[in-house]
Design a binder for this molecule. Structure first.
Ligand code: SF4
Length: 271
């Protein structure tokens, strides 16, 4: 069976899972296997998502499951992204209850983060609807690799996004399982719908640290909305890139200057 949740369009045999390890086929149907399986839960400052220009100073309950539809070799969340992880089940009602209970500690809502939330699309949709019924905010921290139809279905229920824009080169994106056209399309769709959108580019030595590539990213963002915040973040060794040196700070300053020539809100991260 073909899973059409994301542009990878896996062809999955009965009893097997797709590339994200979060969706599989059971009894002839595509099943969201990570539904409600929460591996990480924390009350984080919203700036940590990172969101710099949305409700600054607030806190947000942040939940993650397991699985990811891309395969970046430097993943900082390897342990929950690369495969199935045993985790307790939390229904949407239970998760919304925790979000409501933590309002007294400054919580404004719920962020889907840590692993790639779009591979658990059904859970994100069900929980977000419930959160909106309770007047709480919803945030999605995502690689943007969701089918346009499903991405658009979520838009009314998501208040703010942080979306990765990893490279401006379609071939490089393909090498890590991404589809640049779909990601840019989804960024534009969320922005055009009036949602708060911030973007993140992690600068990884040897992958996307050349100025031409970064200039393509900047031009693409400026072509959508030059006021859209862009976070340029520093890589630290992780995943199978443990022997690669952290991004030189000078590289980040150089990229900040390139970005500021076309984009209004540029932030450096992890520095
Ligand atoms: S969501 Fe997972 S199973 Fe479905 S197409 Fe994407 S990678 Fe494959």
């Amino acid at each position: 069976m073909i899973c059409h949740n994301c542009p990878v369009n896996c062809d999955i045999a009965e009893g097997q899972t797709g590339k994200c390890h979060a969706r599989g086929v059971k009894d002839g149907k595509i099943v969201c296997q990570n539904y409600g399986r929460i591996t990480s839960l924390a009350l984080d400052p919203i700036e940590k998502k990172p969101l710099k220009m949305y409700r600054p100073g607030s806190y947000i309950l942040s939940a993650g499951s397991y699985g990811c539809n891309m395969h970046c070799m430097w993943c900082q969340n390897d342990s929950i992204s690369r495969g199935r992880v045993e985790a307790d089940f939390l229904s949407c009602e239970e998760l919304a209850g925790i979000a409501l209970d933590t309002r007294s500690r400054g919580n404004i809502g719920l962020a889907f983060t840590y692993n790639e939330p779009s591979v658990g699309y059904e859970y994100v949709l069900d929980c977000s609807r419930l959160l909106k019924q309770n007047d709480m905010c919803t945030v999605m921290v995502t690689n943007g690799m969701l089918s346009p139809e499903r991405f658009d279905t979520l838009i009314p229920y998501i208040d703010a996004y942080n979306i990765d824009l990893k490279t401006g080169d379609a071939k490089k994106y393909e090498s890590i399982g991404g589809c640049l056209d779909v990601i840019l399309r989804n960024i534009r769709a969320a922005s055009d719908a009036g949602r708060h959108v911030e973007l993140t580019t992690l600068v990884v030595p040897g992958f996307n640290d050349d100025a031409d590539d970064f200039s393509r990213i900047v031009s693409a963002v400026a072509g959508i909305d030059r006021s859209m915040p862009l976070h340029i973040t520093r890589f630290f060794p992780a995943g199978s890139y443990r022997d690669v040196s952290p991004t030189r700070p000078e590289k980040l300053y150089e990229f900040r200057d390139i970005a500021r020539s076309k984009i209004d809100n540029v932030f450096l991260g992890n520095i």
